[in-house]
Design a protein around this ligand. Sequence first.
Ligand code: GLY
Length: 353
Amino acid sequence: MKRIALKDYEIVFANELDFLSQFIKDKSPSAVFVLVDANTEKYCLPVIENHIKPFNYKKISIAAGEENKHLGTCEIIWKNLLDNHADRKALMINLGGGVIGDMGGFAASCYKRGIDFINIPTTVLSQVDASIGGKLAVDFKYGKNLIGLFRNPGLVFISTEFYQSLSEREYKNGFAEIFKHALIRSKEQWEKLSSLSSLYAENIDKIIFDSVMVKKEVVEIDPFEKGLRKILNFGHTIGHAVEAVSIEESKAPLFHGEAVVVGMICEAFLSTKQSTLTQRELTEIIEILGKHFTKYDISLFDREKVWNYMLMDKKNEASIVQYAGLNAIGEANYNQVLDKEAFQEALDFYQNL
Ligand code: GLY
């Protein structure tokens, strides 16, 4: 069993779930709550059920989807905890993707000024990204993840057993962040990923482990995103805005990872203009990402709206749009200024590929 120790918690990689029951036993919580949505209740809870049954756990089931990641759903969670007389020694297990992890962690951290929680991320995306690094939040009417805090889980438990419940599109969605981690921090990982003919790789456990290591290293150096952690936003300045507009305008919105791939290509293009990324590296990035991800027709999206979303980005300072770029494959920068003209040029570049 592989494990990664951080300062105040561990990330454990195991398809053997006995570790989970032992961890809970050692913690001896006053009560155990499992937060699920309709999907994880059906497909993932059965995977862990035998291991949490002895703790007489209570299930809190919420509606699935980003549209339910708001304070109203937290109220449902809090009411459930109160109805069940949860005290400060209660433990919450967040079983699901990024929405469950972000919101469950947030709700647990506010309940009676904070109870412990465990993240069991069930998607590739949440395993390599949202479950690690302590960012907890809900969406508010003006934008995504606007109300939240930083607080770490007691344990992150990662198992590839859950992948059976993922569609191919959901599975690939997580790989955008895996490619991102390699591009910003590890040329060696990028080269390994570049040689994959299919993302359903035999060494998936190793791929996930290596990717989590990148995120772990970055968030340990800069837990509160004062500097280095901003490199994790590579592809996300343009990507988030494209994602938001696609949700608003399209009947078939892009998944997060799909939008991040668009963003990474655009921001890699910008890096050839504003940083030291070479044309050859840009071509390689486009070729490798293009092998696994379809090109999207972004001409369908209203560019003014995309730009306006970027103006509202949490990462901006003094209303100047900033992005993280690449100096080279495996080495990122941050606080790069992005003006509207360069933004237009980057989107034109992607559109004309
Ligand atoms: N998802 C980017 C971060 O955790 O900082």
